[in-house]
Ligand binder design. Sequence first.
Ligand code: COA
Length: 288
Amino acid sequence: MEPVAVIEIRQVDTGLQELFCDYVPQVFRRADFRRWRAWGEWTDAYRAFSVVESGRVVANASVTRMRLVLEGREVTGYQLGAVGCLPSHRGRGLARKAMDVALDACGDAPVLLFANPTVRQFYPRFGFQPWKQTLFAATYEAVPEGPPAPPLDLDDAKVRAGLDSLSSVGLPSSERFGARGYGKVASWPVANGFARPLRQLGSEVWVFAGVEGNTLYLDDVFAREPFDLRAWIPRLIDRPIEAVRFGFTPERYWPGAVEAGEDAEAHLFVRNLRLSQEAHRFPIMAHT
Ligand SMILES: CC(C)(COP(=O)(O)OP(=O)(O)OC[C@H]1O[C@@H](n2cnc3c(N)ncnc32)[C@H](O)[C@@H]1OP(=O)(O)O)[C@@H](O)C(=O)NCCC(=O)NCCS
C-alpha cells in the first residue's frame, strides 16, 4: 500500500481549502466551513492537517492557535477541531496519521479539544485526558426596560473586524480558563447559524446572548473595560426572566453565580495543560 502523506492546508492554500470544505460535511453533518471561509476567517491561526487520497480529503485534524488565559496568565496553546475520517475510510489508521502530524505541529504547547460521546476513548490514545467543565447559573429576576440592545450582524466585515479587535485587546470573559483574540473562532458558529445573537451594549461591549423560556443565556462577553453587566440585562431581554446561565466562568461579571452541575455535553480533553482546580467553563464561543 502507498505510504499515506498528510498535507498541511494553510491560509494561502485556497485550492486545498476547497477539498477540505468538501470533506467536512461528509463527516460532520451540521458543519460547514464555506461561509466562514468566504468571510476571510481562515487566517494563519488555522491549519488543517489532511490526508488526501485520489484528490479528496479523507481524514483530517485541524489546529487553531489560541491565546489561552490560565489563572490570569496568557499562554499560547492550540485547539484541535474537525478531527475525522470519511466513513468509507475508517479503521485504516488515517485519523491517527492526521492526529500525529497535527500534534507534532503543537510541540510541547498546551492542547485542548471538545469531543463528542462517540470518541471519548479515542483521544486518550494521543495523550489527552478528560477534564470536567462546570455549568454556572444565577437566580435573577428582571423585566425588559429601555431601548433593546441592537443586534450586530457578522455578515458585515466591519462587525467582524470589531469583534476581532474587542476580543484581542479587551478583557477575557474569564481569567480562570479563558482566551483572548478568538473573534475568528466565535464567528464560526455564527457562520453556521448555531450561535445566539450578538448584541451591542455600549460601543465597546458586545455580548452573545438570548432568552429561552424564563432564562437569559449569556454565552460570552467582549468588553474593553470592566462594566456592570446587571445594569444592561433589561435591554437584553424581551420578556421577564428569572435566571441567567453563563457560557463561561462568570467570576468577573457575576461573582455570586453558582455551580449548576457538570457540563455533560462539553467532553473537554487536554494535553500539556494544567487547569485550575476551581470550577470553570471555557467560553463556549471559543470552542472550535
Ligand atoms: C473517530 C474517527 C476520527 C476515527 O477515524 P479512523 O481513521 O477510523 O481512526 P484510526 O483508524 O486512525 O484509529 C486510530 C486509533 O484509534 C482507535 N479508534 C478509532 N475510532 C475510535 C473510537 N471511536 N473510539 C475509540 N478509539 C477509536 C483505533 O482503534 C486506533 O487505535 P490504535 O492506533 O491504538 O490501534 C472516525 O471514526 C470519525 O471520523 N468519527 C466521526 C467524527 C468524529 O466524531 N470526530 C471526532 C470529533 S471530536
